[in-house]
Design a protein around this ligand. Structure first.
Ligand SMILES: Cc1cc2nc3c(=O)[nH]c(=O)nc-3n(C[C@H](O)[C@H](O)[C@H](O)COP(=O)(O)OP(=O)(O)OC[C@H]3O[C@@H](n4cnc5c(N)ncnc54)[C@H](O)[C@@H]3O)c2cc1C
Length: 173
């Protein structure tokens, strides 16, 4: 396998984590998203569920902390709250409140944009990563050794991406 250049479509939570993992193995990683990516914890169109309250459960926090040391220290002063899931939650379901108890399990509650922008800051700091915003991929065309990302809007590109025609990103893989 040629581990020269990885392209990740979508710079939301899955894309950010995928890009972080691939950056350990590929010489270059390019991350694309059709949105403009805010620099602060702002809502964006590409993540319509972003206005709902989100919780980062224990395993997710553990994994994120391994990839992004210090993330929790950044999230708490920025507005995240740590809850004890058994005793801090008042859970109403099927017509009644659940019994509260000490579970020993905690989770970080925060807005979806806060989590995403915090992770994004770490990912964008990766030396071998380039992020292209406002790049809406419309399709993929592949042959034996090349993949074309068909994109209507295209703003900037690193040198290793060539632009053979309007709206077409050609990526040598
Ligand atoms: C009401 C609600 C509550 C939730 N609560 C929780 C919770 O508490 N905890 C939790 O862990 N999860 C929660 N989730 C789930 C969580 O929000 C999603 O699992 C998560 O956002 C999925 O991330 P993703 O990166 O896979 O996809 P998305 O967040 O959907 O991101 C897709 C990305 O791809 C980009 N994109 C799409 N098409 C293109 C294209 N053609 N070209 C370029 N870019 C493109 C978009 O702009 C976007 O950035 C909740 C979901 C909902 C609906």
């Amino acid at each position: 396998m040629n581990l020269d250049h990885a392209v990740v479509i979508g710079a939301s939570m899955s894309g950010l984590l995928t890009a972080r993992v691939l950056s350990d193995y590929f010489r270059q990683v390019t991350l694309l998203d059709r949105d403009s990516l805010p620099t602060d914890a702002a809502h964006r169109q590409g993540v319509p569920q972003g206005r709902h309250l989100h919780v980062l459960q224990a395993k997710g926090e553990q994994i994120l902390s391994q990839f992004f040391p210090g993330l929790e220290i950044e999230l708490l002063p920025a507005g995240a709250t740590r809850l004890e899931l058994g005793s801090d939650l008042l859970w109403y379901q099927y017509g009644g409140y659940k019994v509260r108890y000490h579970s020993g399990i905690t989770a970080l509650c925060m807005s979806r944009p806060l989590l995403e922008v915090s992770v994004r800051h770490h990912v964008l700091a990766l030396q071998n990563l380039t992020c292209l915003e406002r790049c809406a991929v419309q399709g993929l065309v592949a042959n034996e050794d090349q993949v074309w990302l068909n994109s209507a809007e295209w703003v900037t590109a690193p040198l290793s991406l060539t632009r053979p025609a309007v709206g077409l990103l050609k990526v040598k893989v």
